[in-house]
Ligand binder design. Structure first.
Ligand code: GUN
Length: 291
């Protein structure tokens, strides 16, 4: 079994980005600037946003967090987004999800300038991605593709089973892997799929993104499968300093020996997501400079 080390693979991507930023700065230009909008104080969201900003600083980007209260109105949030859309010194920005229930997430995502949509969540970018046109690719699917590439895992003609149909991971990774140059045969399964094991048992590659801790069990897979675990659920753990630990969608301890490659949680897909958000920001900067 080979562990797919997301920390290592992410560091490789970040080193390349850092070199490009250094060359940009040497030319006397300002570096790329990413802004994250954080609404409320959801513990996981605060951690993710802080990790993103820290990563920006590590590669030499400018970055900032706009913190808005949990009870911010949708209009106030849309006003802030309009300001960022129009600010030439901001190359890309993200609105950390989930948003409070009183805010319509789709309306918010629709209001983002697609050229600054570093998360690739705007329908324009999703549509362009689905058509194989140049677009921002959502960071988690993009990170999975980068991990498969770095470890030279073949996808052409392979049976890929994706578990979970979220707009952020399941749907886009299914579309991407079915396209050129990946050329996989993709089955998108979800919580209503009948006899899921019939699919997972035949899979050469499984992407688990259903958000249920330890969901994928050893008896559901064949020997030699490649497993990408996208799950990052916080589970109470009084023995941990933080009071919780992060658990993936895969029953890692019982599954790992049957696999040819598997991502750990944490340290697998998570760090890749951050690296690819930086890559999207650098691309947004390059576009912005051309305008
Ligand atoms: N919430 C969970 N994952 C993500 C992500 O990749 N981007 C944003 N904006 N919110 C998220």
């Amino acid at each position: 079994m080979i562990l797919l080390d997301g920390k290592k693979a992410s560091a490789i991507v970040q080193e390349t980005i850092a070199k490009e930023v250094s060359s940009i700065k040497k030319q006397g230009k300002r570096p790329p600037h990413l802004v994250a909008i954080l609404v409320g104080k959801n513990g996981a969201s605060v951690t993710y946003v802080n990790n993103k900003v820290t990563a920006c600083e590590r590669v030499g980007f400018n970055s900032s967090i706009i913190e808005l209260p949990e009870n911010v109105t949708q209009d106030e949030l849309l006003k802030k987004i309009k300001e960022l859309n129009e600010d030439n010194n901001i190359d890309g920005f993200i609105v950390q999800l989930p948003l409070p229930k009183h805010i319509n997430e789709q309306e918010v995502l629709l209001s983002i300038n697609p050229d600054k949509d570093a998360d690739g969540f705007h329908p324009t970018n999703f549509g362009r991605m689905a058509l194989g046109l140049e677009s921002f690719i959502p960071a988690t699917p993009y990170g999975i593709l980068e991990l498969l590439t770095q470890y030279q895992i073949p996808t052409e003609g392979k049976n890929v089973v994706v578990i979970g149909r979220s707009d952020i991971v399941g749907k886009p990774i299914s579309i991407l892997l079915s396209q050129k140059p990946w050329n996989a045969t993709v089955t998108l399964t979800h919580s209503r799929t009948h006899n899921l094991t019939d699919y997972t048992k035949k899979a050469d590659i499984i992407i688990a993104a259903i958000g249920i801790p330890n969901f994928l069990k050893a008896e559901m897979i064949k020997d030699g499968v490649v497993i990408i675990d996208v799950g990052i659920t916080r589970v109470e753990d009084s023995s941990s300093k933080k009071g919780f630990r992060i658990v993936g969608d895969v029953d890692f301890e019982n599954v790992k020996e049957k696999t040819s490659h598997i991502t750990p949680v944490p340290g697998g897909v998570g760090p890749m997501t951050i690296a690819m958000l930086l890559k999207n920001t650098l691309n947004a900067y390059i576009r912005n400079q051309k305008r």
